[in-house]
Design a protein around this ligand. Structure first.
Ligand code: PGA
Length: 263
């Protein structure tokens, strides 16, 4: 037991996977596993982030679940409301479809799609103003870690959003620390290294917001059933953002179980 009073979060980031029929099967399988081995909502928040096209399908499969499972959007527009913005999905449109959670700042969005701190701030501001909860991802590259800049980079990413998040809105932010070199590589930060960074993030948050001590800070980067228990045992790791392993219902269920039982 880590002794933390923060309810853990386990969120599956499906990224640009899978096809509709497989997405439906995946969520059905996961729901089936929860029927056999339930995980109390009070012990772990659980969410899945499918592609935009599958959000409502997944949501409808989950509508008769025995427990709440959040449907999380992987992205949101930097533009609010509705209007002539081809290809965009705004925070208000997500909310209108009962989507209450969104990922912002994932390193794939920052690196592949060129999302700068300014763009991310626009997204976060819109999402929070529309009443969404934001899972804000931060993390350093291998080069930054090897040159001793990891902490500075990550804390800067936290400070970046402080200009747009209003005092009470910190309550609606979950942080996900995902070292870029650990994403999809099979390399996980050691529990000690992850805990050290999480403690620094918590310290940084505590200087910015009164909610800092109670905010969930998730770890992401090659989380799997084999390493979930030792990560969950770290006092400042309050859950996981899971990519590859969330595409397998059994693995994802085991990870959620590990956090629910270890915390
Ligand atoms: P991974 O991805 O678990 O496949 O490393 C994590 C993420 O990118 O959120």
């Amino acid at each position: 037991m880590s002794g933390s009073t923060i309810t853990p979060w386990v969120v599956g980031n499906w990224k640009m996977n899978p096809m509709q029929a497989d997405a439906q099967q995946l969520i059905q399988n996961f729901k089936g596993l929860l029927d056999i081995t339930p995980i109390e909502s009070a012990k772990c928040h659980i969410g899945v982030a499918p592609v935009t096209l599958a959000l409502t399908t997944v949501q409808s499969v989950l509508s008769d679940s025995n427990r709440e499972i959040y449907t999380v959007a992987q992205d949101v527009s930097r533009i609010a409301g509705t209007g002539a913005y081809t290809g965009e999905v705004s925070a208000e449109l997500l909310k209108d479809s009962q989507i209450d959670y969104v990922l912002v700042g994932h390193s794939e969005r920052r690196e592949i799609f060129g999302e700068t701190a300014q763009i991310l701030n626009e997204k976060i501001k819109n999402a929070l103003n529309a009443g969404l909860t934001v899972i804000y991802c931060v993390g350093e590259s291998l080069e930054q870690r090897e040159s001793g800049q990891a902490e500075q980079v990550v804390l800067q990413q936290i400070c970046d959003i402080a200009t747009v998040v209003e005092a009470e809105q910190w309550h609606n932010i979950v942080i996900a620390y995902e070292p870029i070199w650990a994403i999809g590589t099979g390399k996980t930060a050691s529990p000690d290294d992850a805990q050290t960074m999480h403690a620094q993030i918590r310290e940084g948050l505590s200087q910015i917001t009164a909610y800092g001590k109670s905010m969930a800070i998730l770890y992401g980067g090659s989380v799997k059933p084999e390493n979930a228990v030792e990560l969950a045992a770290c006092s400042d790791i309050n859950g996981a953002l899971v990519g590859g392993a969330s595409l397998n219902a059994e693995s994802f269920h085991k990870i959620a179980l590990a956090f629910a039982n270890t915390k």
